[in-house]
Design a protein around this ligand. Sequence first.
Ligand code: ATR
Length: 277
Amino acid sequence: MRRACVIGWPIEHSRSPAIHGYWLNRYGIDGSYTKEAVQPGRLEGFLRLLATNGYRGCNVTIPYKEDALHLVDEADETATAIGAANTLWLEDGRLFATNTDAYGYMAYLAARAPNWQRRDAPVAILGAGGAARAIVHGFLEAGVSEIRIMNRTRDRADALALNFGRRVKVKDWSERSAAARDAAVLVNTTAVGLKGEGELGIDFAGFHPECIVSDIVYVPLETALMRDARQHGLKTVDGLGMLLHQAVPGFEKWFGVRPEVTPELYERIAAGIVEAR
Ligand code: ATR
């Protein structure tokens, strides 16, 4: 039996087992995907015993994505550029790492809004944490000419911009609405809006009618930011699709089949989110 898992601390709320479990069942694979709670300080030991414990690899979630990058034998260019790893796999006894968050975000954006790149317009990003780094990397790879970062703590945005080069610009948090008005895509990468908490304070008046507003928060499925954007006639993209798509490359590495993100999978995971609220 092929085995993989997701590691984090805490890990109870991870939806990854439901996603991979759906695919294992759908493709009739003799495999398992479980949750492993790894206590602080135990990450290195856990990874060293991955093969001994019968795993072909694992997903890594909060708070270990940055640490994992430095504990593997080889991290690919994507994980290195993002500064974090979320997907690990064993090959000939060596542990490899990549980061599939940028892929997941861009794949879902392309599926839901295939024309997002039609205008040569900047992309506006709220937040400058780990999730923002992945999404900046995704947009840079897609060839956008300007990315504007707005973060509550300006220094963090400046550090991120410095790291990614001249196409990434920083605007003050107080300018976030004005800086996003002509954007092709506005993305919230902060946790604001999670479980209905907090308010990003974006004023959608005067936004370009083709601006796509996306949120990586997926609880609730439609965040306050998305609702507000929709009420202003803007197209929105939810955060759940990113979660589903980021799981695809890992499943393929561990179980040998490139799985499909189907409407049925989306509905199943969405139902779990609605139930949990
Ligand atoms: P992640 O890895 O999920 O991106 P993170 O690295 O902790 O998490 O980053 C969280 C992001 O959400 C940061 O950009 C943070 O802003 P600060 O750098 O100013 O802390 C942002 N954030 C969290 N709470 C916020 C709030 N109430 N208002 C605005 N931004 C907030």
